[in-house]
Ligand binder design. Sequence first.
Ligand code: FAD
Ligand code: 5PR
Length: 358
Amino acid sequence: MTERNGLKAEVAGAGFAGLVAATTLAQQGWDVTLHERGEELRPLGAGIVLWNNSLEVLKAIGAYDSLLPHTMVPPFYETRIHNETMSLEDFDGLPWRTMTRKALHEALEEAARKAGVEILVNSEVVAADPSGTVTLASGEVRRADLVVGADGVTSNVRDSIGFEQERSRSKDGVTRLIVPRCKEELGGGDEWDNVIDFWNFEPRVLRVLYVPCNDDELYIALMAPIEDKEGSAVPINYEVWAESHPYLAPVLREAAKIENGRYDGYQTNVLKNWSNGKVVLVGDSAHAMCPALAQGAGTAMQNAYTMAMAVSKSHEDLPATLQAWETEEREITDRCQAKSAWYAETRNMSKGNQFTPE
Ligand code: FAD
Ligand code: 5PR
C-alpha cells in the first residue's frame, strides 16, 4: 500500500492524459478524483500508434503487461505513392506498437482503478480557478491542492481561466475506422502485416493509412481535403475510395458499412503557459497537434506522467514546481507540434518517414 501524502487532486477528463495523470498521482500517494463528462469511459477515434515515450510511461505505471497481448509490432512502416513503395522502415529497432484505442483505454482504466483513483462519470467540469478549485456542471465547487485540466482540445479548464493561445486548423481531415483485417481477401502476403501509408495525389488527394492492430482488427484512416465533400463523406463513399485505391477494395467495403464514423479535421494549439497557480493543463488541452508524427497521445501521456512525478517529489511551492516541469518538457513537445503541423501542411509524410533520427 502506497503511503498517502495528504494531498488532493481533481482531474478533469478521462482520456489518455487524464488517466495517466490520475493513476500516477494516486500511485504517488495523492487522493485523486477523476471527472469524465461522458456517461462511460471510452476513447474517441479508432486505432493508435505508440512510440518509445508512451510505451515507457505504460511500463512505469504498470499498464504495459496487460496491454501487450492486444498490440502488434508490424514488420515495416511502408509508404507508397500511387501504390509504388517510397520507403520501407523498421526504425532501427526503435520501440513502437500499434493497437486499438479501446485496448489502450481499457488498460489505463484498469491501472487507474487498481491505484485507487475515484472515477466519476457524468461529471463535467465547467470551470477552474488558479487558487485550486473546480466547478462541476451540478454547481458543486471542489477545492484541491492540484487541478489537472486533461479535458481535451475543447478544454473548459483552459478556457474558463483564459490561457493565452494561438490556434491553427489543417486543410485535410480523416475518417478513422476499425475494420476486420481481411488479410486473405487482400492477397494474403506478408506485406499486409505492415503499416502502409497509401498516398494518391492524382486525380485527387485521397490517402489511406492502413494500420494492423492485432490478428483481427485493422485501423484505417481515410484522409481527404476538407473541401472534398465526397472524400470526406461519412459513411465513406465506396465508389470514390475504391476507384482511387482498388487494391484495398475488401477493406473499403467493410469501411462503407460503418454508419457512425466521423470525419475530423485537426488543429494545433500553442499556449503561452501550461499552468496557472495550482491548475495545470496536460494533453490536447495544452498542446493539440496534427497527427502526422502520431505523437499527440504520446506527448500527452509523457507530460501527464512527468508532471505527476514532479509535483509528487516536491510539493512545497506547487506553482513553481509546475513552471519548472513545463520548462523541462516544453522543448520536445513544441518541436513535435511544429513538425507535425509542417508535415500536415506540406503532405510530406508521402515521401516516407524522415524523422527517425530526430
Ligand atoms: P482526449 O482524448 O480528448 O480526452 C479528453 C477526455 O475528457 C474525454 O474523455 C472527454 O470526454 C473528457 N472531457 C472533455 N471535457 C470535459 C469536461 N469539461 N469535464 C469532464 N470531462 C471532460 N496520438 C498518438 O500518440 N498516436 C496516434 O497514432 C494518433 N493518431 C491520431 C489520429 C488522428 C486523426 C487524430 C485527430 C489524433 C491522433 N492522435 C494520435 C492524437 C491523440 O488522439 C490525442 O492527442 C489524445 O487522444 C489526447 O488525449 P487527451 O487525454 O489529452 O484528450
Ligand atoms: N499517423 C497516424 C495517424 O492516425 C494519422 C497520421 C499519421 C497514426 C492520421 O491519419 O499523418 O495524418 C497523419
